[in-house]
Design a protein around this ligand. Structure first.
Ligand SMILES: *Cc1c(COP(=O)(O)O)cnc(C)c1O
Length: 440
C-alpha cells in the first residue's frame, strides 16, 4: 500500500509513512489506492477471533509489505486483547474497546504501530527513539504498547500536575525502555518541544527520532479492524432485517477513530452511516450543517479526551469527501452533546441498565438515542463505540452516578508502583540534553 500526503502527490511507502508520521509538507498520509476488501470481509464470521480479523485485513491491505505469515505473527503479537460487543436490544449495541492494557481504544492503534515498528527495525538492525507528548490518554497507550519492544526507546513528555493522578501513574511506572519526562509547563509546551526536537540539527544528527502520535497511519489503519469485527459479530442478528446495514456512532475528538471507520467503508464494509458524537467542541457537526469550518480553541468538558477545537484528522476527512460538506454529510451525521447531557446519560445507563460508562462513551450513547429517534423503525442497529473504561475517569463517574467505578486489576496495579520521572524545563535545550545524555 502506497501513501501520499493530503497536501501533495508524491508517493511514499508504508514504512516511510510509519516512521515519518507527518508528511514533510505538513500534510497527513492517506492511502493512494482503495483496495477492495469485500471478499476478505465476507470471509470473516462471528467466530473469527479479533487477532485473526486483524491478520486477514493486514494481509489484504499490505500484500507487498508482509507475507501472510508475517501478517499473522504481527497481529498475534499486537492483539492479545480483543474488543467485546454488548448487545443491549435489537436496535442498540455497544462496542467495548477498553479491554487492552491502558483501558482505552488507543491501545489498538498503538500496539499495532509498536509491533510493526519493531519488526521493521529488526530487519534493518536499526534503533529508533519514539518521542511523544501527551495530555493523558495517548501517553499511557503508547507506553504500554512500546514497553519491552526491541531496538526502541520511548520518551513521553507530559505536563507536570496537569494529568490525572491515575494517568500519571500509568505513564511513570512502566519503566524499562519507557521514560516519562515531567515537563514543568503546559501540554502546549510539551507539543512545541517535540516539534522543535524533530527539526533540531544536533538531535537528528545523533538520534533516529520518530513519533507515535495519533495521525500516524500505523495507528489509524488498525482502528478500522474492529468495525469489521463488530459487523461480523452482528451478522446473524441482521439476517432477517429489511435493511442489514449498521450505523456506527463514534465519540470523536481528533476524529482518528471515525476516519478509520470511513476507511473501512471505502474498502467495502457495508454500513448505512456514521454518527460523529462530539462534546461541546462541535466544529465538525457545525461544518456538516453549515459547510463552514471554524477551528477554535477547545473548551473543557467532562469528556476531556475529546476536547479538541481543530481536529487533526479533519484534513483527511475533507480530502476523502472532496471538500464537500454535503457529500460528507451523506455518510456522517454530526451531533454535539452538552456537559449536562453527558452526566445525565451516565446516570441513565447506570440506573436503567446497571452499566457504568465513561463520559466519552456517554456522549456517544446520547447521540445514538438522538439518531434512533429520527430513524424509521427497524432501519438498522446503532453500534456505539465505547472508547474507555469508566475507571479512567473516576472523578466524573463519581459525580455523575454517585458511585466509584470498579477499577480493573491492570489499572489498580499501577497505583501502587513507585513513580519514576525525569524533570525537564519547558525548553528545547533541556529536552535536548536529556535525550542526548540518555540515548546517544
Ligand atoms: C482519544 C479519545 C477519544 C477521541 O478519539 P479520536 O480518534 O481523537 O476522535 C475518545 N474517547 C477517549 C476515551 C479517548 O481516549
Amino acid at each position: 500500500m502506497q501513501f501520499k500526503s493530503t497536501r501533495g502527490n508524491e508517493q511514499t511507502s508504508f514504512k516511510e509513512a510509519l516512521f515519518q508520521g507527518l508528511a514533510p509538507d505538513g500534510g497527513l498520509y492517506q492511502p493512494v489506492t482503495e483496495p477492495d476488501l469485500r471478499s476478505a470481509i465476507r470471509s470473516i464470521s462471528r467466530t473469527t477471533k479479533f487477532s485473526e480479523v486483524a491478520e486477514i485485513m493486514t494481509a489484504a491491505l499490505f500484500p507487498d509489505e508482509f507475507d501472510p505469515d508475517e501478517a499473522g505473527a504481527i497481529c498475534r503479537a499486537a492483539f492479545p486483547f480483543s474488543p467485546e460487543l454488548r448487545v443491549v436490544d435489537e436496535n442498540r449495541s455497544i462496542l467495548e474497546l477498553f479491554h487492552g492494557p491502558s483501558c482505552a481504544f488507543k491501545d489498538f492503534g498503538a500496539s499495532f504501530l509498536a509491533t510493526v515498528m519493531e519488526s521493521h527495525l529488526a530487519e534493518g538492525n536499526r534503533k529508533a527513539i519514539v518521542l511523544t507528548a501527551t495530555s493523558g490518554d495517548t501517553g499511557s497507550a503508547v507506553a504500554q504498547a512500546f514497553h519491552g519492544k526491541n531496538n526502541i526507546e520511548v520518551a513521553i513528555l507530559y505536563p507536570s500536575g496537569r494529568v490525572s493522578p491515575l494517568q500519571e501513574q500509568q505513564l511513570t511506572t512502566v519503566g524499562g525502555n519507557v521514560t516519562a519526562l515531567e515537563v514543568s509547563g503546559s501540554f502546549d509546551d510539551c507539543q512545541r518541544m517535540v516539534k522543535e526536537a524533530f527539526v533540531d540539527p544536533a538531535l537528528s544528527r545523533e538520534l533516529n527520532l520518530t513519533s507515535a502520535n495519533s495521525i500516524n497511519v500505523g495507528r489509524l489503519i488498525p482502528q478500522s479492524f474492529y468495525y469489521i469485527w463488530a459487523l461480523a459479530q452482528l451478522k446473524d442478528q441482521r439476517k432477517d432485517r429489511r435493511n442489514d446495514g449498521l450505523v456506527f456512532c463514534v465519540p470523536s475528538g481528533n476524529f482518528g477513530n471515525l476516519t478509520a471507520g470511513i476507511l473501512a467503508w471505502r474498502w467495502g464494509m457495508p454500513v448505512n452511516r456514521f454518527i460523529a458524537a462530539t462534546n461541546a467542541n462541535d466544529v465538525v457537526p457545525e461544518y456538516l450543517t453549515t459547510g463552514t469550518y471554524r477551528p477554535r480553541p477547545s473548551v473543557r468538558t467532562p469528556a476531556n479526551a475529546m476536547d479538541v477545537g481543530d481536529p487533526s484528522n479533519f484534513e483527511r476527512l475533507r480530502k476523502i469527501f472532496a471538500d464537500q460538506n454535503l457529500e460528507m454529510g451523506s455518510m456522517i451525521t454530526g451531533h454535539a452533546v452538552s456537559d449536562d447531557e453527558i452526566y445525565r446519560t451516565m446516570r441513565f445507563w447506570y440506573e436503567d441498565h446497571g452499566l457504568m460508562v465513561c463520559p466519552h462513551t456517554a456522549a456517544g450513547l446520547m447521540a445514538s438515542e438522538h439518531a434512533l429517534k429520527g430513524e424509521p423503525a427497524g432501519t438498522g442497529m446503532v453500534v456505539t463505540l465505547s472508547t474507555a473504561h469508566p475507571a479512567k475517569f473516576v472523578e466524573v463517574a463519581e459525580e455523575a452516578v454517585g458511585v466509584r467505578p470498579e477499577i480493573p486489576r491492570r489499572l489498580a496495579r499501577v497505583l501502587d508502583l513507585p513513580k519514576v520521572s525525569v524533570p525537564v524545563t519547558p525548553s528545547l535545550e533541556s529536552l535536548r540534553s536529556v535525550l542526548l545524555e540518555r540515548y546517544r
